[in-house]
Unconditional design. Structure first.
Length: 305
């Protein structure tokens, strides 16, 4: 099981905040640093300094880290045109020496689209655009020579399909979600990893099985992963303090997320491993509490072998 640090900077974090977390995660031996891709705080509360652009952030981190993998969970298809997104991801992959992964989704938070003038079509059209973007992204990275595409939403004519990413044939593509029909088909067709965010082990197992069945039709094999809101404390008092800092009830978080002492957290991680998860994204919401990462690295990470 690989443990990855997953942040939500739209809740209020600067680039320097994220840099500190990424460099700490790298020093401590975590497998990856991921961030969400949002432009506005989700839910009530102080906006703080506001959000930061995901791919500009990752470009900076690509030059200020050296070994940790970097990615989004997830970039919305509504934010960027597929051609420019392919260029951005390929360039950041080059800048990092081949450490980038693209988590990619349809987009769901209409509030940030309205706030920044981003079109937000109905869900059916969003899935249609998402599928075409997946085909275009993977097609551009794999093309030997020019690349063309004619779809319902996008048209590419004789693209040079450059630059190429450092990873060949492409950076890993992650598709997540809990949908019962379209998501399994798209993951089985285009993704390298399927992620289930913020569900119980039982629900996660059901979603994994749907994607495994879809993979039987495509003949492809994927990695499986999960994401969980994470609060770890050396004792109950520390768990309660860290849960309060992010506005969560510790007992509820033990049920819905990954919370408790290191021993409790290791036990629950084992339940995801039994389902076939190879990676777990630890959603860390208090980015100023670097001692939290130190504790997880000291008491949980060594037991993942």
């Amino acid at each position: 099981m690989k443990l990855r640090i997953f942040t939500e900077p739209q809740q209020g974090a600067t680039y320097d905040d994220l840099l500190a977390v990424a460099q700490t995660a790298e020093r401590l031996g975590f497998d990856a640093f991921f961030r969400s891709d949002h432009y506005q705080r989700i839910g009530p509360g102080d906006q703080g300094p506001g959000s930061t652009d995901a791919w500009i952030t990752l470009a900076g981190l690509a030059r200020e880290t050296s070994t940790i993998r970097l990615g989004t969970l997830v970039s919305p298809a509504t934010f960027r045109l597929p051609g420019p997104l392919a260029i951005s991801v390929a360039q950041v992959d080059q800048m990092s020496g081949g450490r980038v992964e693209l988590g990619f989704g349809t987009g769901w938070y209409d509030g940030e689209h309205a706030a920044y003038g981003i079109p937000f079509p109905p869900v059916g059209e969003r899935f249609g655009r998402f599928e075409e973007q997946l085909e275009i992204l993977t097609g551009l990275w794999a093309a030997e020579g020019s690349y063309s595409f004619e779809g319902s939403y996008y048209r590419l004519a004789d693209s040079p399909a450059l630059p190429k990413p450092a990873q060949r044939p492409r950076p890993p593509v992650i598709i997540g979600g809990f949908g019962a029909k379209r998501t399994p088909r798209l993951a089985a067709t285009y993704a390298d990893e399927y992620n289930v965010p913020f569900h119980t082990p039982g629900e996660t197992g059901e979603a994994f099985e749907r994607v495994r069945k879809a993979c039987e039709a495509t003949g492809r094999t994927l990695r499986f992963s999960a994401a969980q809101t994470t609060v770890v404390g050396s004792d109950r008092a520390e768990v309660e303090r860290r849960a309060a800092a992010i506005g969560e009830d510790p007992d509820k978080l033990r049920e819905s997320g990954l919370a408790g002492t290191p021993a409790e957290v290791v036990e629950k991680i084992g339940r995801f491993a039994e389902l076939g998860a190879e990676r777990l994204y630890l959603q860390i919401l208090d980015l100023g509490d670097l001692e939290h990462l130190e504790l997880i690295a000291a008491e949980v990470l060594p037991r993942m072998a």
